[in-house]
Design a binder for this molecule. Structure first.
Ligand SMILES: NC(=O)c1ccc[n+]([C@@H]2O[C@H](COP(=O)([O-])OP(=O)(O)OC[C@H]3O[C@@H](n4cnc5c(N)ncnc54)[C@H](O)[C@@H]3O)[C@@H](O)[C@H]2O)c1
Length: 381
């Protein structure tokens, strides 16, 4: 095999964007072989390829080697399992599932190691985040004491939420800012800094929008080694902030406004603290601006890597199995915020699934939907 025949399930905003880039030959050795959408009009945008009204038919058509699942979130689990069980390679959009129990089922369906199973965590291709990860792994910061990600520039309008009936509902999406906008940040945060062992969060449902799910969340992380962290996210703030700050004994990294700055202690803070004879002294620092350019290949980078993993056995940038972590973080934050309790990880997946089911079953919110909202994905990532 020298070309991957790809089928895309769900050709709405994101799926059609992927399809157009593949048709424009931006992903070598990948052919768009079929599309599928419950809404037939969506498939009409791709007249040159076979269209299916059901994912089950596409998966069993014999026309594709791999599928990209770009439906609303709950479908990632069911369609992903069906595709894996039918011997296809699978690339699933973020989040891999709505809740941890679904993610466990999805991952369990990946029983054949010859099948490639990846997740669309396109921000892992961003050179800045790759550099931060590399600096931490090289020990440049020493032992990490504190992490902080303020990611409040995911501003969304009421028109955005009205644009799809599934959006921002417990039944259709399973959450709000944590499930839709933040999977990238939650993934990167754990990819770079590791998983916390406990989370305490305060959040608000429909604070800035006419929605029933969370549009604001502030979470405190406790890491196994004693470090602490804070994660702040909302879709209600403008202009908003995107600032990642990581502090270790040997200095501080700040990534904000596209700039990566490293303030390095000449003497590690813990050593200086113990050895200085002056009460108000502090370590001298070097200010280092670390050059990083561009945003990386993003979605095309993940698609190219998926194809290379299938055809050449290349290692994945974002194995789908790792996608359970951002799902677990989102679930734990919501669980803590809604129950008022500190949540220890690993999260009890069955307990959270039951909690979410209760939210779905007791929902009384009437979702406003209209077809007039214009959605361009240009600013969505
Ligand atoms: N990686 C990124 O940067 C990024 C950006 C935006 C959205 N996304 C993700 O992409 C996914 C889709 O989001 P969107 O904004 O394109 O939503 P959308 O509503 O625009 O599109 C979803 C499409 O899926 C179709 N669909 C629903 N259920 C289906 C099923 N069972 N079988 C076939 N088709 C089905 C709908 O008819 C619709 O056309 C979500 O998981 C979202 O989180 C990822």
């Amino acid at each position: 095999m020298d070309t991957v025949r790809l089928g895309i399930v769900g050709v709405g905003g994101m799926g059609s964007d992927h399809a157009r880039r593949i048709q424009a030959a931006q992903v070598p050795r990948c052919e768009l072989a079929a599309v599928c959408d419950l809404n037939p009009e969506r498939c009409q945008a791709f007249p040159a390829v076979r269209a299916f009204a059901s994912s089950a038919e596409l998966i069993r058509s014999g026309l594709v080697d791999a599928v990209l699942v770009a439906t609303p979130h709950y479908g990632h689990t069911t369609i992903g399992i069906d595709a894996l069980q039918n011997g296809l390679h699978v690339l699933v959009e973020k989040p891999i599932s709505v809740h941890k129990a679904d993610a466990e089922r999805l991952i369990a369906a990946h029983s054949d190691p010859t099948r490639v199973f990846a997740a669309m965590f396109n921000q892992r291709t961003d050179p800045s985040y790759r550099k931060i990860k590399q600096l931490l792994e090289a020990g440049e910061l020493g032992s990490v004491r504190r992490t902080n990600w303020i990611i409040t520039n995911w501003f969304r309008t009421e028109a955005y939420y009205r644009s799809g009936g599934w959006r921002a509902t417990w039944e259709g999406e399973g959450g709000g800012v944590l499930l839709n906008q933040c999977p990238h940040n939650l993934d990167l945060f754990q990819w770079i800094c590791g998983m916390p062992s406990a989370i305490t969060a305060v959040g608000a449902l429909g604070k800035y929008h006419d929605i029933e799910v969370e549009d604001e969340m502030t979470a405190i992380y406790e890491y196994p080694g004693g470090a602490t962290g804070v994660f702040v996210a909302t879709t209600g703030e403008a202009p908003g902030t995107n600032r990642l700050e990581i502090c270790g004994d040997r200095g501080k990294l700040v990534f904000e406004d596209g700039k990566l700055r490293f303030t390095r202690n000449e003497v590690p803070a813990d050593v200086f603290c113990r050895t200085s004879t002056e009460g108000f002294a502090r370590p001298s620092v070097w200010n280092v601006e670390i050059p990083v350019s561009g945003g990386g290949e993003q979605h095309n980078g993940i698609l190219k890597n998926f194809v290379a993993a299938i055809l050449d056995g290349a290692p994945l940038i974002a194995p789908a199995e790792e996608g359970i972590r951002s799902v677990e973080l989102a679930n734990a934050m919501l669980y803590s915020a809604l129950t008022g309790k500190r949540v220890e990880l690993p999260l009890d997946s069955a307990a959270y699934a039951a909690h979410l089911r209760h939210l779905v079953e007791t929902s009384t919110h009437v979702k406003a939907t209209d077809g007039t909202a214009s959605l361009t994905l240009k600013n969505s990532f």
